[in-house]
Design a protein around this ligand. Structure first.
Ligand SMILES: *Cc1c(COP(=O)(O)O)cnc(C)c1O
Length: 371
């Protein structure tokens, strides 16, 4: 076998695990004694699911949630023993048994498959049932949810442990619709409990609900974004971002007035200027929509992106910032000196949400963890 060659490309993401602890404590103050189901899907929103899950477990979290069984498998193989709820995947029934995972069942057919597999293996499986209260994505439809729950809970091998739903407005801007969803969910929850004679662990609260919607906290909460220190609202709620994404200036060039920069000549120097070339591009998750639009921090100051973001590099106009030279630290996301660029700032510039900024930049950077 040949020696593995490591390619060093893209920026560095520093992940501050003490901020994770701080954000978790913030959640705990809000939710009292309720359990947290920590959402670590999409590689923990670009922060690295293994390291994040390990730290969460060390901090006392006993429930984790991922989107797909492959994500859960990676956690198990890294020694994470906490309960893992799989939110979406239903492709490989066997994995749930092999890795001891908790499926979210979304229809009767899948529940039946879990029952059959459980019987075959001579052991039960805990499942949570997803109710579609208005997200229009997946789950049992409200009209049949109660009778379906009663039926499924009677199937051999199935231990119906929880019911869940999800809000359609991630930021809960339209509270009336969220209230409608919550009422539907509460009615279904009570009806099921009455019919099967015991309560089920119910959960619906995402980050926005945890931060702003007390009535939706139910028996457990399911935050993702806020654990990583980003808020779905304008208000940061004092959360501390975990991720700083940085790199170093590759080259600095002095250009004469009239010189175009980057593809399509969308930036032309009005006066003589200094341009810093930065080794991060859209292949590293720095969106091309930041062309002539984004900013990065150099020497504690904001430097605007000049011209189009390329695949591997981006140019900054550092004319107004004295003394910038090759090797200077450049912060793409996070703080430097007195300036900070948040995921929310970046998201607002290109018409997206902080979730996409974190998964894009964090997902493709080399990561280091600090405490
Ligand atoms: C991603 C996800 C969450 C977490 O949402 P945040 O807004 O990041 O808190 C909760 N529940 C489900 C079903 C999800 O898919």
């Amino acid at each position: 076998m040949g020696k593995r060659v490591r390619v060093n490309r893209g920026p560095l993401a520093e992940i501050d695990l003490s901020a994770l602890q701080y954000n978790l404590e913030t959640v705990k103050r809000i939710i009292d004694k309720r359990p947290v189901i920590a959402v670590v899907k999409a590689d923990a929103y670009g922060h690295g699911s293994v390291e994040i899950a390990r730290r969460l477990v060390a901090l006392g979290v006993i429930h984790l949630a991922v989107a797909y069984t492959g994500e859960a498998k990676q956690l198990r193989e890294s020694g994470v023993a906490a309960e893992i709820i799989v939110l979406f995947d239903r492709s490989d029934i066997e994995d749930y048994f092999t890795y001891g995972l908790v499926p979210v069942v979304q229809d009767k057919e899948t529940a039946r498959e879990f029952s059959l597999e459980a019987v075959k293996r001579g052991r039960g499986i805990r499942v949570h049932m997803k109710i579609d209260t208005g997200m229009g994505r997946i789950g049992f439809i409200p009209e049949q949810a109660v009778s379906d729950a009663v039926e499924i809970s009677g199937w051999e091998g199935i231990e119906l442990a929880g019911i869940m739903s999800h809000f359609s407005e991630a930021d809960l801007a339209d509270r009336s619709y969220a209230l409608h969803q919550l009422k539907l969910f509460n009615d279904i929850k009570s009806a099921i409990a009455a019919r099967i004679g015991r309560p089920l662990m119910s959960h619906i609260a995402n980050s926005a609900a945890v931060l702003s919607f007390k009535d939706a906290l139910m028996d457990a909460v399911r935050p993702g974004l806020l654990l990583y220190g980003s808020s779905p609202f304008q208000d940061s709620f004092g959360l501390r971002p975990l991720m700083t994404v940085k790199t170093r200036v590759l080259a600095v060039r002095s250009l004469c007035a009239g010189t175009p920069v980057s593809y399509g000549r969308t930036f032309v120097a009005k006066n003589d200027c200094r341009i810093a070339v930065v080794p991060v591009g859209y292949a590293d998750g720095y969106n091309r929509l930041f062309s002539n639009n984004g900013e990065m921090l150099v020497r504690g100051r904001r430097a605007p992106v000049a011209g189009r973001v390329c695949m591997d590099v981006t140019m900054l106009d550092v004319t107004g910032i004295g003394g910038v030279c090759e090797g200077d630290e450049v912060v793409i996301l996070g703080g430097q000196g007195n300036e900070t660029i948040t995921a929310a700032d970046l998201a607002a510039r290109i018409g997206t949400i902080p979730y996409e900024i974190l998964t894009s930049l964090g997902g493709r950077s080399r990561r280091v963890y600090i405490n």
